[in-house]
Design a protein. Structure first.
Length: 149
């Protein structure tokens, strides 16, 4: 019987790790990683103050206008696109049978909404957990029940 391989994507707003489990009892090993700092075109500086808008015609009152989307959400969305590109490359290289996605809730929502193709079909679980900084040798404990299936 062939062992079931599981790709585990662990991400947050600043980095992503791709780990692979190649069967029950085999542990987890990291196969790729990316960081938001690798994409300088996405780290443009923005003004700290909101834009100003004139009030009623003929008055001098001005009011701050809140942007429609918060800057951190824009950054999260741009980085998620890079994560999914890296996922496609990693998916092709390791050809896993299934996938687990783990990220803090906001990033998890963005990734889940944009996930397409074979990775989306193979997604067996997603966990709203911040595990990016967990050492590789400790990851099996966080996914133990899922990897035993």
């Amino acid at each position: 019987m062939k062992a079931i391989s599981t790709l585990i994507l662990i991400a947050d707003d600043a980095s992503a790790r791709f780990c692979l489990n190649e069967g029950v009892g085999k542990g987890v090993r990291e196969v790729a990683a990316i960081s938001a700092s690798q994409f300088p075109e996405d780290s443009r500086e923005f003004a700290d103050r909101p834009v100003r808008s004139a009030s009623v015609a003929g008055t001098t009152a001005r009011h701050g206008v809140e942007p429609h989307t918060e800057l951190d959400q824009q950054h999260r969305t741009r980085f998620a696109a890079h994560i999914l590109q890296a996922l496609d490359q990693t998916w092709t290289q390791v050809s896993p049978d299934r996938m687990i996605l783990a990220a803090p809730p906001k990033m998890l929502g963005v990734l889940r909404a944009k996930l397409r193709g074979d990775p989306a079909k193979a997604l067996m679980a997603d966990l709203p957990k911040h595990l990016v900084n967990v050492p590789v040798h400790e990851l099996s404990a966080h996914f133990g029940d899922l990897l035993a299936v």
